[in-house]
Design a protein around this ligand. Structure first.
Ligand code: SAM
Length: 278
C-alpha cells in the first residue's frame, strides 16, 4: 500500500467509524483487505478507495472493510474489579436512585459478540435487587457479523475462561461443547447495529442509566472520542454512570463527567444537574 493510498483509505475509514489506520500497521490492513481487492477485481488500494467513495455499492463495501479491520476480542466477566464495583456499589445505589420508576436501562456500546451484555444481565439477576423492575441491557456494535453472533449466543469454553464454575452452572446451559446463557439471562438483553460516530442514529437508543464502553475508544483519536462522549452525555440520565476499559481515562478528553471513587474502582458519572466544573 503506497503512503497516499493509506492516507486516502485511512480518511474514509476514520470519517466512517473513528478508527485510525496507523502507518506502522499498514501491512496488517493490507493483508486483511487484499481479499476484497481480489473479489472486486481492483488493481490497487487507490482503486479500492475510489470504489468505496464513488461506486453505488461503496457504502456496503465500507461495511465489509470495517468487519475486517475491527478488533472484536472479548469474553465473559472481563475486568473483574470493575464488575465487582458495578455489582457491589453501583447496582445498590441505582436500586435506590431509580426506585420511583422501577426501571433500569444499561447500554453496552461496542459489545462485540455479546459476552459483556450477558455478563451484565447475570450481575443484575444475581444482585436480587430488581425483581419486578423493567430492566434492559442493550448491546450495540458497528459490525453486523458480531451482532448476529451475539444474538445466536452460543460460546466456546474459552469465552468463559474468566467465569467461575458456580456462575457457569447457574446461568449457562451446555450445548455439546458450547455454552449458552439461560433464557432468564437472554430475556434481559437485546442487540442492534449502531455506529457510535453517527450521533443522529444513536438518539433512537433512548436514555440510559449506565453506559459500558470498554475497549472501544482505544482505537479512536481524540476528536472521535470527544464526539462519542458528547453522545454519551446526551443519552445518559442525570446521575447516570459511564464505565470505560481499565486502560482508558477521560483526562485531557473532556471535563463533562465527574470522577466517582468507589472502593474497587473509579467510574465516571454525568452530573445530576448541569455540567461538571472543569
Ligand atoms: C475489543 S471489542 C470490545 C468488546 C467489549 N466491550 C469488551 O470490552 O470486551 C471493540 C468493539 O468495538 C466495535 N467498534 C469499533 N468501532 C466502532 C464504532 N464506530 N461504533 C460501534 N462499535 C465500534 C468493534 O466492532 C468491536 O466489536
Amino acid at each position: 500500500m503506497r503512503p497516499e493510498e493509506l492516507r486516502e483509505l485511512g480518511e474514509l475509514l476514520y470519517d466512517h467509524c473513528g478508527i485510525r489506520l496507523q502507518a506502522e500497521l499498514s501491512y496488517v490492513f493490507e493483508r486483511r483487505l487484499q481479499p476484497r481487492l481480489q473479489l472486486l477485481a481492483l488493481p490497487s488500494f487507490g482503486a479500492y478507495a475510489r470504489y468505496l467513495r464513488h461506486h453505488p455499492e461503496g457504502s456496503a463495501e465500507l461495511e465489509a472493510a470495517v468487519e475486517l479491520l475491527t478488533t472484536n476480542e472479548t469474553y465473559f466477566f472481563r475486568e473483574p474489579n470493575q464488575l465487582r464495583a458495578f455489582s457491589d456499589e453501583l447496582l445498590p445505589s441505582l436500586s435506590q436512585e431509580r426506585a420511583a420508576e422501577r426501571r433500569l436501562r444499561i447500554w453496552s456500546a461496542g459489545c462485540s459478540t455479546g459476552e459483556e451484555c450477558y455478563t451484565i444481565a447475570i450481575l443484575l439477576l444475581r444482585s436480587g435487587l430488581f425483581g419486578g423492575w423493567q430492566t434492559e441491557v442493550f448491546g450495540s456494535d458497528i459490525s453486523r457479523r458480531v451482532i448476529a453472533s451475539a444474538r445466536r449466543a452460543e460460546y466456546s469454553a474459552s469465552a468463559l475462561r474468566a467465569t467461575d464454575d458456580e456462575l457457569r452452572r447457574i446461568y449457562f446451559e451446555t450445548r455439546g461443547a458450547r455454552f449458552a446463557p439461560r433464557e432468564a439471562v437472554r430475556a434481559l438483553v437485546s442487540f442492534g447495529r449502531q455506529n457510535l460516530l453517527e450521533a443522529p442514529g444513536l438518539r433512537g437508543v433512548g436514555q440510559m442509566d449506565v453506559i459500558f464502553c470498554r475497549n472501544v475508544m482505544i482505537y479512536f483519536d481524540l476528536a472521535a472520542r470527544r464526539r462519542v462522549l458528547e453522545s454519551f452525555l446526551e443519552l445518559l440520565a442525570p446521575g447516570g454512570y459511564l464505565l470505560l476499559g481499565h486502560s482508558e481515562s477521560l483526562i485531557n478528553v473532556t471535563a463533562d463527567f465527574e470522577l466517582v471513587h468507589l472502593r474497587n474502582d473509579v467510574v465516571y458519572r454525568k452530573p445530576a444537574r448541569g455540567k461538571a466544573s472543569p
